[in-house]
Design a protein around this ligand. Structure first.
Ligand code: ZN
Length: 530
């Protein structure tokens, strides 16, 4: 056993692990163990990505921390992430969860547990996977160990998560290019908690709404910039805006503000309420208009600045869609908009046929439209193979993201497609170049992504048009049949039935706080927000 009590000189132990995916409960694709193996599954002793990635910010930050800080050692558990899709099959979720919990038990005693989670993972029998994981971690390590996680803002924040964790830190930016900074935030605050230098208290404000929030544009850009000016002052340790993930039918669906203070519950509740009320006033103004396909293509035709980037948001694999929709492809062929490239199109069969035929080959292929009725119809094309790369990459926020097999083809009409054998969203123009397609040479660039594409594609200098259509990530949420979301949530219910006055401080964690602060926290939970 370790010595305890008094001034400590022993080595402290930090445990890291990660498990997550973004579950679109309306997606036709199930998430299995293979989905994790295909995307990111790193076990202890195996090679972790060298730099930080969207899924490994805490792991990267923890390694840097133990290199630089005296008195800490690191124990790394498994990291498993799957490309967003439908619910995870129970045996896959339980196997990966239990693998990490067994690693944690073997590593005890530990002083801090830092997890990379998502926040919107749903498995068979588990609507709140992150609450389940954090609760089980807490049971293993006990009440005095610092437990925290980095979450994607497209999360369903549950009372269980808040109760079990000392610190929950979301990416602030959308596109989430701040994954390294947020991993660093978590490790810094978690180790400070373990060393007794801070006593985190979490206040949550529920905005009773669900929406997309693009932080690249106003008004969200200024709001997010303000968070940095509030952090580090008056006891505020960390502020996160949980956007919520609209395509997850769970009870905890919704936008929430999380403010972590150093044992200042009233301050936390006040800051959370102030920011939350501002988000309520910004309803409907936090993302650009998404145009129906025909209208969006017409807009692109008249656009002055090219290449015009068209976001095929409704078929974004990063939101759980298949990535094989032909709806936009068919419309562009019908409209003669063939000075274009589209990608990434998930079609393992067509990609494999074309790769086998080789660069320069001409052949007939049937493309896309296979995953479900939401993917449109398969389209027959005669194509010439432009490029084949069986280990292709694109980039996101400085991280390299594997594409798998990437094959560029050009149809006899002139339209270029980037075919892949792996489901992934489009992050950067490199994805086209990996298949021998130069996106800057095209008048129209169609990318299957909701908004992550924007960080790199906006730099091409052309106009950006967001398309909506019949897909797994369609923007008209009122067309979806939710069974589990709560009533009184905008935009499903109007301002009259989802009023701002119903908003309350839903939860406050009081562990590690001295009795006076705990009494104040209890009072603020029972009353209306300050
Ligand atoms: Zn996200």
């Amino acid at each position: 056993m370790r010595p305890s009590g008094g001034r400590r000189s022993r080595t402290r132990r930090l445990f890291t692990a990660g498990l997550g995916t973004e579950t679109n409960t309306f997606s036709p694709i199930r998430t299995t163990l293979t989905s994790f193996a295909d995307h990111l599954l790193v076990r202890p002793g195996e090679r972790m990505p060298g730099g930080p990635t969207l899924d490994t910010g805490p792991q990267w930050a923890a390694r840097r921390f133990v290199e630089e800080a005296a008195g800490w050692e690191l124990v790394e558990g498994t990291v498993a992430f799957a490309m967003p899709a439908g619910p995870t099959v129970r045996r896959a979720y339980e196997a990966l969860r239990d693998e990490i919990l067994a690693q944690l038990r073997a590593a005890t005693p530990v002083d801090a547990v830092a997890l990379s989670l998502h926040g919107a993972m749903v498995a068979d029998g588990y609507d709140d996977c992150e609450g389940d994981i954090l609760h089980r971690v807490r049971d293993i390590v006990g009440p005095s160990v610092a437990v925290g996680a980095v979450l994607d803002p497209h999360a369903h924040l549950s009372p269980t998560m808040v109760e079990a964790a000392d610190l929950l830190v979301c990416f602030k930016l959308y596109p989430h290019v701040d994954f390294a900074e947020r991993g660093t935030d978590l490790i810094r605050l978690l180790t400070a908690t373990a060393e007794g230098r801070v006593r985190p208290h979490t206040a949550v404000f529920d905005c009773r709404q669900i929406a997309l929030y693009h932080t690249t544009h106003e008004p969200m850009r200024s709001l997010v910039a303000q968070l940095a000016t509030l952090e580090g002052r008056d006891g505020v340790l960390s502020i996160s805006i949980v956007h919520g993930f609209p395509w997850g039918d769970v009870a905890d669906l919704g936008t929430k503000v999380v403010v972590v203070t150093d044992a200042r519950p009233e301050r936390g509740a006040a800051v959370a309420a102030d920011l939350g009320r501002r988000l309520v006033t910004l309803r409907g103004r936090c993302a650009p208009a998404h145009l129906p396909v025909a209208e969006g293509l017409a807009r692109a035709r008249t656009s002055a600045r090219g290449p015009v980037v068209l976001a095929e948001t409704f078929d974004n694999p990063g939101g759980g869609a298949a990535g094989d929709s032909t709806v936009v492809l068919a419309a562009m062929l019908a409209g003669g908009m063939t000075d274009a490239c589209i990608g990434p199109v998930w079609d393992p069969v067509a990609a494999t046929y074309c790769a086998g035929a080789g660069v320069g080959a001409s052949l007939e292929i049937r493309v896309g439209g296979k995953a479900s009725h939401l993917s449109g119809h398969p389209i027959d094309l005669r194509v010439t193979v432009l490029g084949v790369n069986d280990d292709a990459w694109q980039t996101f926020g400085g991280a390299r993201v594997p594409l798998g097999l990437a094959v560029g083809v050009r149809s006899s009409e002139g339209l270029a497609l980037l075919l892949t054998d792996r489901r992934t969203q489009g992050f950067s123009p490199e994805l086209f170049r990996e298949g021998g397609i130069e996106p800057c040479a095209a008048r129209y660039v169609v990318v299957k992504s909701s908004h992550h594409f924007y960080d790199a594609f906006a730099r091409l200098g052309g106009d950006v048009v967001y398309l909506d259509g019949p897909g797994t990530v369609g923007q008209d949420l009122r067309r979806l049949t939710y069974r589990k979301r709560t009533a009184g949530l905008w935009p499903f219910d109007d301002a009259e039935t989802s009023p701002f006055r119903q908003v309350e401080n839903v939860s406050s964690r009081t562990r590690n706080i001295h009795p006076q602060a705990r009494r104040a926290a209890t009072a603020s939970q029972q009353g209306s927000p300050p």
